[in-house]
Write a protein that binds this ligand. Structure first.
Ligand code: SF4
Length: 471
């Protein structure tokens, strides 16, 4: 094993070597010279400036948080709940879940004497203040787990008092190595506590669930009408724009269509094992992938002909504009850094627009995410697991992509280094899914790349997109 760090910034942290790889002609090679696969989903090295979130963040922010008609209650200090309010644009047709956040606001006295009474009081008070809420989701945090509060027991007692479901998530921040563990806890808890708790009558032979889409900036509006045009009914969305009552009946669907394979395959697997519900994995971004998703779903129901008609109609609408953008974007080099699946979802979409991904990174990807990245990305590209901030800066400075697609945390680093940026995490505009969303994506990339500001920088002799700078 070589001790030479792949990134200059990692000279003092050789543990990072196993998390970095380059795609070579014979497959992948890790930056330590071995041909083993990239290490992922393991604990961050102490001292490493990771951008990961905690288990609570994954459960509260991603899986439970989008459920639109429940009281979203954090059991912990106010600090844990700070970013639980109005940050993720998982839109719905009502805004209760976006407008309000609830926290037990544990202080030192509660930590010393226990927080169970306080939790019960908060649940009852919140339920009285918001009588239209259909239930309460409680998220555990590090401090309340460490003092041993029995939130599950409190939830049972509270459910009897308020007469509505009260669901407790064991998602204390330290439970896993990243927010990915919180997705798992969220899936398991919702499945055990809610799915199948109501048995509705009716015909569900053409009902599907969209699993693992969180409706960021209305992504669902771009693809739901296409599934409906096949003649299918969308029963439950797990968990974008969904009510707690819809979750209770999701076991009645004939097929689960899984979009985010990282955060939601858990519930699809549990439904397959308990109810025999089959599932298919899809990507709902880009022309080829969206078409394949419609074809695969249609094939399950024997609706192949209808899928071809829908695809033809939709492509006729977008292709002239896609051609326009392809000419403007041709040859551009991209660095994608996302939570996990979007890093592989978007490699092909960008290629369809004439661009190549030269670097891809994920915050909490697992082995299967990296396999998909390796299969899709071009030779010579660098792949990084759980990148730290200096590594991101080094990629931007040395590899000098024409565009960085990442999240809000990285936006200003990109701008400071003169690299055009598109927010692929929460979208500044969007939506980006489906056929029509791809046009929005292409428009935003075009705007970022061709902003007049880059000419101003050039005039000042400062680094501009696509030119490397001193390391
Ligand atoms: S790591 Fe623990 S203390 Fe920090 S936000 Fe997450 S739950 Fe709260």
């Amino acid at each position: 094993m070589t001790t030479e760090a792949f990134f200059k910034c990692d000279e003092t942290i050789p543990e990072r070597a196993i998390h970095i790889a380059v795609k070579g002609p014979g497959g992948c090679q890790r930056s330590d010279g071995s041909d083993c696969f990239i290490a992922s989903n393991i604990a961050t090295t102490p001292g490493d400036m990771t951008e990961r979130g905690c288990t609570y963040a994954g459960c509260r922010g991603v899986v439970g948080g989008p459920v639109k008609d429940v009281i979203q209650l954090t059991h912990g200090p106010i600090g844990c709940a700070f970013f639980s309010w109005g940050y993720r644009p998982h839109l719905a047709d009502s805004d209760f879940h976006m407008k309000y956040t609830f926290v037990t606001d544990m202080d030192e006295t509660n930590i010393v004497f226990g927080g169970e009474k306080r939790l019960l009081k908060c649940i009852i008070e919140a339920a009285q203040e918001f009588p239209d809420a259909k239930g309460v989701f409680i998220y555990n945090t590090c401090s309340t787990a460490l003092i041993g509060d029995d939130g599950k027991d409190v939830a049972k007692e509270a459910a009897k008092i308020i007469g509505k479901p009260v669901v407790f998530f064991d998602c204390e921040g330290f439970r896993g190595v990243s927010q990915s563990a919180g997705h798992h806890v969220g899936n398991e808890t919702i499945f055990k506590e809610l799915v199948g708790s109501v048995e509705p009558e009716g015909d569900f032979s053409r009902a599907i669930n969209i699993v693992g889409d969180y409706n960021i900036k209305n992504d669902m509006r771009t693809f739901e009408p296409l599934f409906e045009a096949l003649g299918l009914r969308i029963l439950t969305r797990f968990t974008g724009n969904v009510s707690v009552d819809e979750i209770k009946i999701m076991h009645k669907a004939s097929l689960n269509v899984v979009h985010c394979a990282r955060s939601a395959t858990y519930i699809a697997d549990m439904m397959k094992s308990k109810y025999g519900t089959p599932y298919i994995d899809v990507t709902l971004f880009g022309i080829k992938a969206m078409s394949k998703a419609l074809r695969d779903t249609a094939a399950f129901f024997g609706l192949e002909q209808r899928a071809e008609e829908v695809i033809e109609q939709e492509l006729a609408k977008i292709m002239p504009k896609i051609e326009y953008y392809r000419q403007r974007l041709q040859g551009k080099k991209i660095f994608i850094y996302q939570g996990a699946p979007r890093a592989w979802h978007w490699i092909e979409l960008l290629r369809e627009l004439g661009m190549e991904t030269i670097a891809a990174a994920t915050t909490f990807g697992h082995k299967d995410d990296y396999e998909k990245i390796f299969n899709r990305i071009q030779e010579g590209a660098v792949i990084v697991d759980n990148p730290n901030v200096p590594e991101i800066e080094e990629i931007l400075k040395v590899r000098r992509p024409d565009l960085f697609i990442s999240g809000n945390k990285e936006k200003y680093v990109a701008y400071k280094l003169g690299v055009p940026f598109v927010n692929g995490h929460t979208y500044d505009t969007g939506p980006y899914a489906g056929f029509s969303g791809m046009l929005n994506f292409a428009r935003d990339i075009d705007k970022a790349l061709h902003s007049p500001v880059w000419e101003l920088l050039k005039a000042q002799g400062r680094p501009v997109p696509g030119t490397s700078v001193a390391h």
